[in-house]
Design a protein around this ligand. Structure first.
Ligand SMILES: [Zn+2]
Length: 111
């Protein structure tokens, strides 16, 4: 890269910033001649190879599933309801109202 001020060659500091040799806030490029410093626009975090899929729910889903399995193991629900129950918990974990979940699950049952 050429210096925008004097058109001389510039040092490329990016590798050294990454290795920790330079501070993270050091300029990305420094002019070899006039010491003009350039910060490049912040790069996006390393783009994943695949197109981005929404993933934040996956941990909730596995949590919901293991929770439902626990219920089945404890005899609280029939084994064939594990998936349904997991789905409900997943919805809850993704912001469903707790009261709503409670009513759905326990209304009409003797508590
Ligand atoms: Zn320069």
């Amino acid at each position: 890269m050429k210096c925008p001020k004097c058109n001389s060659d510039m040092w490329d500091n990016r590798a050294k910033k990454q290795s920790g040799q330079f501070k993270p806030n050091a300029p990305d490029h420094t002019c070899k001649k006039c010491k003009h410093s350039v910060w490049l626009p912040k790069e996006e975090p390393q783009a994943p190879q695949e197109p981005t899929k929404p993933q934040p729910k996956s941990s909730n889903r596995s949590y919901a599933l293991s929770y439902a399995k626990d219920l089945a193991v404890a005899g609280q629900i029939p084994v064939n309801e594990i998936l349904d129950k997991a789905e409900q918990f997943d919805k809850y974990l993704n912001g469903m109202d707790l009261q709503e979940l409670f009513v759905e699950n326990f209304e009409g049952e003797a508590i």
